[in-house]
Design a binder for this molecule. Structure first.
Ligand code: ADP
Length: 368
C-alpha cells in the first residue's frame, strides 16, 4: 500500500512516500523557498540524494517537479497509482476532531478557517487543490494539527474573556503539534506495553516551535499552545506567554502597528529576541550572558508547564521529550529535570515522525 504525505507550507512543500506494508519511506522530497530566486528541491531515495537549484515559481510547479522526480527514478509513474494522499492541515477549528476524507465540503470548511490560521491554511489548501487535480480518483485525507487536542475539556480550552468572544468569534484554545503529541503517545504505549488509554503522560515537543501537552488516559486534556501557536513555551522566535496588556501598551504608548506587534511576537521574540539566535545548539555552545539567560528562561518556562501539568494529572507515568531540541539535547533535558522529579516517572526521548503519523491516519480513514 503506497501513501504519499504532503505538508504544503507557505514557501515549501515537504513530501514523503511510504510503503505502508513496511512503514518504510520510499522517497522524500523537500521543495524550499518557493517563489524566491534561491528555490531548491532536495530529493532522497535509498542512498541517493539529489539537490536541484532552479527557480520554482509556485506550489503547482513544485508538485509537478516532485512527480517528475518520482517517475524518472521509477518509483511511481504519477499520483494516480497511490492508495491515498495525506495532507497536513494546521487548523481544523472546532469542526474537525478527527482526520477526514477530503471532499468539497471539507475544502470549504478549511477555507472558512483561514482567519484562524492565515499563514498556514491557505498553503495547506493549495497542496490539496493541486494534488486533487493531479489525482482526481485517489482518496485524499486531511490530518489536522489541532484534532488531537479536541478532547480538552471546556475549562481547559476557554479563555476567561467575555463568553461572547467564544460563542460569536470562536476565540478559544485549540492547541497545535497534535500529530506529534499523538505519535509519541502511541510510541510510549508500545514501550510500556500498554494501551494509550492506560497512560498519563506529559509530552514536550521542543523544536523551533514548541509545545507541552498533558495527556490523561490517552487524551489531551491541556496544551500550552492556544488560539494560535504563539502561546505557551518560549520558542525559537515566538515569545510564548506574555501579559496581554503588553500588546495594548505597545500599540497605545509605543505607537506600534498591528503587523509590527504581530511580527515582533512571532518572529523577533523568544530565544532570538533575548540572545540574537534561535539555534539552540549554537546558543548552548556560546558563553555570552544573554545566551545563558535565554536558555534559562526557556528551561524555566518548560518546568512551570511540567509542574502545572503534574498537578492536573495527579499520576504521571512518563515525561516524553521530542522535537529537534527534545530529541538531541541532553543538556536541555538535564536542566529541565534537575530537580529530580519523583522517581516513579519514566523519562523518555522519542524521535517524532509526523509524516508517518499522517500516513497511519490515512489508513485509519481508509479502513472506515
Ligand atoms: P522545527 O520546529 O523547525 O521542525 P526542529 O524540531 O528541527 O525545528 O528543531 C530545531 C531546533 O533543534 C534548533 O533550535 C536546533 O538548534 C535544535 N537542535 C538540533 N540538534 C541539536 C543538538 N544536538 N543540541 C541542541 N539543540 C539541537
Amino acid at each position: 500500500m503506497k501513501i504519499a504525505v504532503i505538508n504544503s507550507g507557505s514557501s515549501s512543500i515537504k513530501f514523503q512516500l511510504f510503503d505502508m506494508n513496511t512503514e518504510l519511506v520510499l522517497a522524500s522530497v523537500l521543495v524550499e523557498k518557493i517563489g524566491e530566486f534561491s528555490s531548491s528541491t532536495i530529493f532522497k531515495h535509498n542512498e541517493k540524494k539529489v539537490v536541484i537549484t532552479s527557480v520554482i515559481d509556485n506550489h503547482h510547479e513544485g508538485l509537478k517537479n516532485i512527480i517528475i522526480l518520482l517517475s524518472q527514478n521509477n518509483i511511481i509513474k504519477d499520483f494516480s497509482s497511490l492508495d491515498a494522499i495525506g495532507h497536513r492541515v494546521v487548523h481544523g477549528g472546532e469542526e474537525f476532531k478527527k482526520s477526514t476524507l477530503i471532499d468539497e465540503y471539507v475544502i470549504n470548511k478549511i477555507r472558512e478557517l483561514i482567519p484562524l490560521a492565515p499563514l498556514h491554511n491557505p498553503a495547506n489548501l493549495e497542496g490539496i487543490t493541486i494534488s486533487r487535480k493531479k489525482a482526481p480518483f485517489v482518496k485524499q485525507i486531511a490530518v489536522f494539527d489541532t484534532a488531537f487536542h479536541s478532547t480538552m475539556p471546556k475549562e481547559a480550552y476557554l479563555y476567561a474573556l467575555d463568553y461572547e468572544m467564544y460563542e460569536k468569534h470562536k476565540i478559544r484554545r485549540y492547541g497545535f503539534h497534535g500529530t506529534s503529541h499523538s505519535y509519541v503517545l502511541k510510541e510510549t504505549a508500545k514501550i510500556f506495553k500498554k494501551s494509550v488509554d492506560e497512560l498519563n503522560i506529559i509530552t514536550l515537543h521542543l523544536g523551533n516551535g514548541a509545545s507541552a501537552c498533558a495527556i490523561q488516559n490517552g487524551k489531551s486534556i491541556d496544551t500550552s499552545m492556544g488560539f494560535t501557536p504563539l502561546e505557551g513555551l518560549i520558542m525559537g522566535t515566538r515569545s510564548g506567554d506574555v501579559d496581554p496588556a503588553i500588546i495594548i501598551y505597545m500599540q497605545r504608548e509605543l505607537g506600534m502597528g498591528v503587523d509590527e506587534v504581530d511580527n515582533l511576537l512571532n518572529k523577533k521574540s523568544g530565544l532570538l529576541g533575548i540572545c540574537g539566535s534561535n539555534d539552540v545548539r549554537s546558543i548552548i555552545e556560546s558563553d555570552s550572558e544573554k545566551s545563558k539567560l535565554a536558555l534559562n528562561m526557556m528551561i524555566r518556562r518548560i518546568k512551570k508547564y511540567i509542574g502545572s501539568y503534574m498537578a492536573l494529572l495527579g499520576r504521571v507515568d512518563a515525561i516524553v521529550f521530542t522535537g529537534g531540541i527534545g530529541e538531541n539535547s541532553q543538556y536541555i533535558r538535564d536542566k529541565v529535570l534537575d530537580n529530580h522529579l519523583a522517581g516513579s516517572i519514566k523519562i523518555l526521548v522519542i524521535n517524532t515522525d509526523e509524516e508517518l503519523e499522517i500516513a497511519r491516519e490515512c489508513i485509519k480513514v481508509l479502513e472506515k
